[in-house]
Design a protein around this ligand. Structure first.
Ligand SMILES: Nc1nc2c(ncn2[C@@H]2O[C@H](COP(=O)(O)OP(=O)(O)OP(=O)(O)O)[C@@H](O)[C@H]2O)c(=O)[nH]1
Ligand SMILES: [Mg+2]
Length: 413
């Protein structure tokens, strides 16, 4: 845990040793700092027209609008692909990257791009509607279990991704237990519904048996594997059907309409049954009220809404902001000892050739400012810069408020 000791000026690192450029984020000119000197090329950042925000709202949104989310699963379940889709639909990138082509935002290391796997967890910060999402894409390989646990403990919610053709796999079981240990509220996401041998029934059964949990089926797929073409919302009975515009479909074209019995009597009956099961599971709630309150999800770690995909525009990210809690909706016992003093946890260190160690911190209380002296357990150190992470690129920020995650550059002691 880190605490502020006092403030004094230090010589900042020479800017010439850094890869600095400017970019426009939400129409605000911001300095971008590349992690590696070799690759400082800027990506295409876009923001929806007319969506102008002040720098302050971009840097420090209200705590209730922050979501610190991790994506966890077995290797190859589709975590990085899901992360990439979220960045694309939120307007953070203009072209959808692909793990197989080695051009995703979060798998930026050369080895990751060559091998098509995630080796280190990568953090990206982006805005979704009025929400600030700090997302951590974790590796699925068993060798990186410790890396996942380090990230999980600073998150307020997680998305467990399942391959619909494989159900619960070994590493998913491990990370699920880690999330249990840190009492992290979770959403289950059934990915790869379009893949050969994908089976909704099998995957749900596997979650029930292996994770010993009863997921709440909030969406049902329309078709499976090659016949997969959309989803039905069990609460609203609204169906979302893909309308691929071309072979290279980015999932942005879809149609929404109410599911009627005449459309598909079997599917209608399945939705009706799933709805009745939901009401049996939570009889005290009227479904709509329960969805808008989200109280069950925030207070109990035994509530696991289940959605299926591939990821859809709006639908997916909306679920994360709706069902996963904000930092101030979680209770951290240790905060009673800090009150308004700085309390932050350093959970990951990156080594950068130019700047030395870059430390990821999650702020729980107080605020963190550049060029301040901070007390770190048994020694004091000086924090020089604060950066918001965008995978391998960062934006320099003037302060960090509670509930946020950022990168810090420290003065060597
Ligand atoms: N058919 C299909 N393939 C998918 C889908 N999502 C991901 N894939 C493929 O699955 C493979 C693994 O995807 P990744 O996103 O790298 O999986 P990951 O969970 O990040 O893998 P690690 O980080 O290495 O554990 C890639 O070949 C993706 O193209 C999906 O919805 N449908
Ligand atoms: Mg990955």
């Amino acid at each position: 845990m880190l605490r502020i000791m006092g403030k004094f000026s230090v010589n900042a690192l020479k800017s010439s040793s850094l890869c600095n450029k400017y970019m426009y984020f939400r129409n605000t000119k911001i300095r971008v700092v590349g992690v590696t000197q070799q690759d400082c090329s800027l990506r295409n950042y876009s923001s929806p027209a007319g969506d102008v925000k002040s720098l302050h709202s971009v840097i420090n949104p209200h705590i209730s609008r922050i979501r610190n989310i991790g994506i966890m699963a077995h290797i190859d379940a589709g975590k990085t692909t899901t992360t990439e889709r979220m960045l694309y639909y939120s307007g953070y990138i203009r072209t959808l990257g692909d793990v197989d082509d080695g051009d995703t935002v979060t798998d930026f290391m050369a080895q990751e791009r060559e091998r098509g796997i995630t080796i280190q967890s990568a953090a990206v910060t982006f805005d979704w509607k009025d929400y600030r999402i700090n997302l951590i894409d974790t590796p699925g390989h068993v060798d990186f279990t410790v890396e996942v646990e380090r990230c999980l403990r600073v998150l307020d919610g997680a998305v467990a991704v399942f391959d619909a053709s494989a159900g619960v796999e070994a590493q998913t079981l491990t990370v699920w237990r880690q999330a249990d240990k840190h009492q992290i509220p979770r959403i289950c996401f059934l990915n790869k519904m379009d893949k050969n041998r994908a089976s909704f029934t099998y995957a749900v059964e596997s979650i029930k048996q292996k994770l010993k949990t009863k997921p709440l089926l909030l969406q049902l797929p329309i078709g499976e594997a090659k016949t997969f073409r959309g989803l039905v919302d069990v609460v609203t009975k609204e169906q979302i059907i893909w309308k691929p515009a071309s072979d290279v479909d980015d999932g942005k074209n879809f149609e929404r309409k109410l599911l009627l019995e005449t459309d598909d009597p079997n599917l209608f009956q399945e939705v009706q049954d799933a709805r009745n099961t939901l009401i049996e599971q939570y009889p005290a709630f009227y479904l709509k009220k329960y969805v808008s309150d989200r109280k069950v999800c925030k207070k109990s770690v035994g509530f696991f809404p289940l959605f299926s995909g591939p990821f859809l525009k709006e639908e997916g990210v909306d679920q994360y902001t709706l069902y996963l809690p904000a930092p101030n909706e979680r209770s951290y016992e240790f905060l009673q000892w800090y009150k308004d003093d700085l309390c932050a946890l350093a959970f990951k260190v990156l080594h950068d050739k130019c700047r030395g160690p870059l430390v990821f911190v999650r702020v729980y209380s107080g605020s963190l400012k550049p060029q301040s002296a901070v007390y770190n357990i048994n020694k004091s150190c000086t924090m020089i810069r604060l950066l918001l992470p965008f995978a391998d690129q960062q934006i320099e920020i003037p302060s960090l408020m509670p509930g946020n995650i950022a990168l810090t550059v420290w003065l060597k002691q």
